[in-house]
Write a protein that binds this ligand. Structure first.
Ligand code: KG4
Ligand code: ZN
Length: 340
């Protein structure tokens, strides 16, 4: 018989954040994340170092999540874990830990697709947080992916457009690296952009037709622009950092929203959600919110803690799978690239 309350312990370790969340049904009781600062000096995530740090972090993070939630292991009904996409070594740490817990506690294991989980974060039960109805459009924007998805139900998705090269988060991080900012540079570009003039510098638009995105051209254009300006004035970046950040951010958000607006106008779907790490970006959040009045649609913007990688989104996805009794075998292996 179904428990009245279902407690799920969820683990996320697909990239460089080790996260554990405890959920009671659709509510998050705790969501604890250990970030890895070691990658800052390398300008990007070093996979081998990431998996080593997950090994160190996973036990303290799980213990902290249980303590914060005031829940004991004996109360947990299922273990949820990210199976992919992500870095193989990082995923293996979380998956093997989750398998061991499931085996030792004799409770089901639930595997979760990381990209679906970013979208499902919208179904976490929160006071005063409205949830989208099906179908809705989700712009999923992270360090590894950029997708326009039609969400038909909790587990039925159609990917209508996606990046053919770099992800939007990568474009933010690479632009930041060119400016000499540490990894991950996306949040820093956002911070400096707040006080800059977003119309000062112009960059070429992607000419890709349809709903797909391309960000590799802008990376090169931005590099050449900075090289040209610093050859004339070596202090160019330092003197104009805020305006450069505001201009490149404005350009990148324009690329995302141009396709999103066209898609909304070409469908009868009038609900738009954003998800993933880049949905923490202030300009993107503001401009999506403004679309409510401009296009007469409803928009759904996640709380900051559910934008970047976190285990709460894994837990909520697993909760709906638990209701469907969709359990995984202990023989599952991680997958590195996207599949739905
Ligand atoms: O979803 P996420 O935590 O990890 C992946 O699944 O990839 O996304 C991380 C990405 C990084 O590229 C990071 O720079 C970007 O999200 N990001 C931001 C902001 N916060 C995080 N990009 C722009 N503005 C932000 N405020
Ligand atoms: Zn992510």
């Amino acid at each position: 018989m179904q428990n009245i309350n279902t407690y799920i312990l969820a683990i996320e370790s697909s990239c460089d954040d080790t996260s554990c969340a405890i959920l009671c049904n659709e509510k998050v009781l705790s969501n604890v994340t250990a970030n890895q600062s070691i990658h800052e000096q390398y300008g990007g995530v070093v996979p081998e170092l990431a998996s080593r740090d997950h090994q160190k972090n996973i036990v303290p993070v799980v213990e902290a999540a249980l303590k914060k939630a005031k829940v004991s292991l004996s109360q947990i009904n299922a273990i949820a874990v990210t199976r992919g996409p992500g870095l193989m070594g990082s995923l293996l740490v979380g998956l093997n830990f989750a398998k061991s817990l499931s085996l030792s506690l004799n409770i089901p294991l639930i595997e979760v697709n990381h990209m679906q989980a970013h979208i499902m974060a919208h179904f976490i039960k929160e006071e005063e947080q409205k949830k989208p109805d099906f179908p809705f459009i989700c712009l999923t924007v992270s360090g590894g992916h950029t997708q326009l998805v039609q969400v038909n139900s909790h587990f039925s998705y159609d990917v209508l457009g996606q990046t053919i090269d770099d992800a939007i988060g990568e474009a933010f991080d690479k632009a930041a690296k060119i400016l000499g900012l540490p990894y991950p540079g996306g949040p820093l570009i956002d911070k400096y952009a707040k006080e800059g003039d977003c119309f000062k510098y112009k960059f070429p638009d992607s000419k890709l037709p349809g709903y797909d995105f391309s960000f590799s051209g802008i990376k090169t254009a931005f590099l050449y622009f900075i090289q040209k300006e610093t050859s004339k004035n070596p202090d160019f970046v330092q003197q104009n950092l805020k305006d450069i950040c505001a201009s490149i951010q404005h350009h990148l958000v324009n690329q995302l929203l141009k396709k999103t607006v066209t898609l909304i106008q070409n469908t009868s779907i009038n609900q738009l959600a954003i998800a993933g790490g880049v949905s923490a970006n202030s300009e993107l959040r503001k401009r999506v919110k403004d679309m409510e009045d401009e296009l007469g649609i409803q928009t759904f913007i996640p709380r900051f803690e559910y934008c970047t990688d976190n285990a709460a989104m894994i837990g909520i996805t697993a909760y709906f799978k638990y209701l469907n009794k969709e359990f995984a075998g202990l023989d599952i292996t991680p997958f590195a690239t996207f599949h739905s």
